[in-house]
Write a new protein. Structure first.
Length: 447
């Protein structure tokens, strides 16, 4: 029995992580101080562990492996009655966060900890810091993240599948593990696998040429029982850039899907691949009647003048759409109409007469996006320089400057913009004034 105790003790000693010394303190002591309530002590510990570099990583890995076991609560209760136990619980989440933060600063020097960081993706409170650390480590972390895609824990699989697309060095081996993940029993893993394949292949088209099984796997996901997965598959097919009959058939089927998101992603993909406006437009116009209308409007904006048949539907949305700060975050309908260009000007010019200032503002933003293409609306815009609403007056002056008119017609309006509440609007006005009247000293008033 005594021999067994010595053997077990020896094994335990051998299993202890390396514990080098820096400034008279063991790495384990510095790592313990990462949890100190004093910010100055924590900061000094971080600096010390960064100075250790790779030799300090084993102690950081030990922190990453900390777990709060079921025995801790009973021990804490027992400690109240038997104080000499001197037992205090350690917050395992705090340990993982602290270790991951230091590893993120070590970058590639922390590569040995990648498997532990991946294992830590299962914990909600520390997962984000672990992800940042893995990305900081870079390409050396990819094999560990690829392994996470097939881990037992679904959170690890889900986050690993999502994280792989963030690595610019992800390659064919990453594609292979993601293809395997398209058959995962959890829909969110399948969705992230499809999204990552699309992102990785979009950066390197040659990867898909090396392994056509990826295309087949994504097409198969187009028949998935979960709508979020079907939508992800459609998005991926658009990104990988292959318009073979199999892909086109899948996308066309997606246009008729019962789920709005699937239809939307199918339409966007078809446009990206083949510019098939006659098939895409009816679908996007129908989506303008749903809660996903803003996404459909952005998709129509990507189509530019080809989206002209959608003008009536977009004008209807323009009248209804409201955003808190239109000049900073313009309505999606305004962006779409602006990108369509000159063909939308006649209707927008009429909309400038709407009694609702919110509607007038939206129409102004659409013309602002057009620039010179909105030239025929200039007479209507000039009238709005006298609008009773200050925001309308300011936006009109800025829109006219963007379209391009005689400077004398807008200098007064732009000067008035310098007193606007929104500093972004004031700055835009000053930029225009410096361009059209450079001989004057235009200053943006401070907040």
């Amino acid at each position: 029995m005594l021999v067994l105790v010595f053997v077990l003790f020896g094994i335990a000693l051998l299993d202890q992580p390396a514990d080098p010394v820096f400034e008279g303190k063991l790495a384990s002591q510095w790592s313990h101080e990462l949890l100190n309530s004093n910010a100055a002590i924590r900061e000094k510990a971080e600096e010390a562990l960064k100075a250790f570099g790779e030799p300090g990583v084993p102690q950081l890995r030990a922190l990453l492996r900390r777990r709060n076991g079921p025995w801790e609560k009973p021990l804490l209760v027992l400690n109240r009655f038997v104080p000499f136990l001197n037992y205090s619980a350690v917050n395992a989440d705090a340990c993982r966060v602290a270790a991951a933060r230091v590893l993120g600063k070590l970058g590639g020097r922390g590569h040995a900890a990648a498997p532990d960081l991946v294992a830590g993706l299962r914990f909600e409170l520390s997962a984000a810091e672990s992800e940042r650390a893995l990305l900081s480590i870079g390409a050396a972390a990819i094999p560990a993240v690829e392994g996470g895609v097939s881990a037992r824990d679904v959170q690890v699989r889900f986050r690993s599948a999502r994280l792989l697309r963030e690595f610019h060095a992800a390659n064919q081996s990453s594609i292979r593990v993601l293809v395997d993940a398209t058959s995962d029993k959890f829909s969110r893993v399948r969705r992230e696998a499809a999204a990552s394949i699309g992102e990785i292949v979009a950066r390197n088209r040659n990867l898909i040429c090396d392994d056509r099984s990826a295309v087949e796997a994504i097409v198969a996901l187009g028949e998935d029982s979960a709508s979020e997965v079907r939508a992800g598959a459609m998005q991926c097919l658009g990104r990988i850039g292959i318009d073979n009959p199999q892909v086109m058939s899948s996308l066309r089927k997606g246009l008729c899907d019962d789920d709005v998101e699937v239809k939307l992603e199918s339409a966007k993909a078809l446009w990206a691949l083949c510019k098939l406006s006659e098939e895409v437009l009816p679908v996007l116009i129908s989506v303008l009647e749903t809660p996903e209308r803003w996404r459909a409007a952005y998709a129509l904006a990507e189509m530019g003048s080809s989206a002209a048949p959608a003008i009536p539907a977009l004008l209807k949305l323009l009248v209804e759409e409201r955003v808190p700060r239109p000049f900073r975050t313009p309505p999606s309908s305004a962006l779409a109409l602006g990108k369509i260009g000159a063909m939308a000007v006649p209707e927008l010019a009429r909309t400038l007469e709407n009694p609702d200032s919110g509607v007038r503002m939206n129409a102004l933003m659409a013309l602002n996006f057009m620039g010179a293409a909105g030239q025929t609306a200039v007479p209507n815009l000039i009238q709005l320089l006298e609008d009773k609403n200050a925001e309308i007056r300011h936006t009109t002056a800025l829109t006219l400057a963007t379209i391009g008119v005689e400077p004398s017609a807008i200098i007064a309006g732009l000067s008035d913009c310098l007193q606007a509440e929104d500093i972004y609007m004031r700055s835009a006005a000053a930029a225009h004034l410096r361009r059209i009247a450079p001989d004057q000293n235009w200053v943006v008033p401070a907040e």
